[in-house]
Design a binder for this molecule. Structure first.
Ligand code: HEC
Ligand code: HEC
Length: 216
């Protein structure tokens, strides 16, 4: 009998004390989980930014060829749409898979979360970034469209003020090694980026064959 009373007492204690305490702590737990998810998205977005956007928008988002993005007043929705679709007729390419770019919806929202939470976290000091999923056997055309067309033009015709034409005719004066070297190391004091950490030797050779030996 006494045992039953004790058990009943313990159960009542649980209901009266522990459940409300647990309940009271639930919002804090949820908030912590949300913060953690946001921090992870910011870290992923920072890597994507330094690998793909910093060349034009500045390593600290301070702006360069493209406008400053740190502290932007654009809404998350507008940011996401602009990154996904690009700004036609400018160097700002479309980045979403739907528009033949490299990014999944998750990549886009990570980038937006990063840009909106830019609290002095320096993307340039982020761990070396993986290039955005480039399938192993990607075609040179696709690679060019995703990686080079923003500055050299979708038909390799060049973009005034951004990058010169890349056609057999325009490259006749450069040897294969000179071209390979330019793609690997970029051109200092110009916006031509170095791709040695972003493209494999096979991808660079494929691009070389495309631009030097095939008419657009
Ligand atoms: C080759 C250069 C280049 C690259 C690479 C580039 N951008 Fe841009 N971006 C631009 C230019 C130029 C504009 C301005 C277009 C215009 O005239 O409206 C722009 C505009 C934008 C805007 C609109 C900003 C505003 O205030 O109107 C956003 C957002 C943006 N870029 C995000 C990104 C992100 C994120 C990446 C990387 C995934 C990226 N850009 C890569 C050149 C670039
Ligand atoms: C952010 C803009 C930008 C991007 C992206 C870019 N380039 Fe360039 N590229 C330039 C500029 C600017 C020059 C001219 C540099 C100079 O004045 O010497 C150049 C020069 C070159 C040259 C030398 C052309 C010559 O006639 O001297 C080659 C080859 C080249 N780029 C290949 C590529 C390839 C391949 C890609 C993509 C993997 C690429 N570039 C991506 C801006 C860019």
């Amino acid at each position: 009998m006494q045992q039953k009373i004790i058990i009943g007492f313990v159960l009542t204690l649980i209901i009266v004390v522990f459940i409300p305490v647990y309940w009271a702590m639930e919002p804090a737990r949820q908030e912590a989980a949300l913060n953690r998810q946001r921090d992870e998205a910011v870290a992923r977005g920072a890597e994507l930014f330094s690998a793909n956007c910093a060349v034009c928008h500045g390593a600290q988002g301070e702006g360069n060829i493209g406008p400053a993005l740190k502290g932007t007043r654009l809404s998350e929705n507008t940011l996401k749409k602009t990154i996904a679709r690009g700004v036609p007729g400018t160097a700002m390419a479309a980045w979403s898979k739907e528009d033949a770019g490299p990014f999944h919806p998750q990549n886009l929202s990570d980038l937006v979360t990063f840009i909106k939470n830019w609290d002095g976290a320096t993307p340039s000091s982020a761990p070396p970034a993986e290039p955005p999923a480039t399938p192993a056997a990607v075609s040179a055309d696709k690679l060019f469209a995703n990686t080079c067309a923003a500055c050299h033009g979708v038909n390799r015709e060049g973009i005034s003020g951004l990058g010169p034409a890349l056609t057999p005719g325009s490259l006749a004066g450069l040897s294969d090694d000179e071209i390979r070297n330019t793609i690997l190391n970029g051109r200092s004091a110009t916006v031509m980026p170095a791709f040695k950490n972003r493209l494999s030797p096979e991808e660079i050779d494929a691009l070389l064959r495309l631009i030097k030996y095939t008419a657009p």
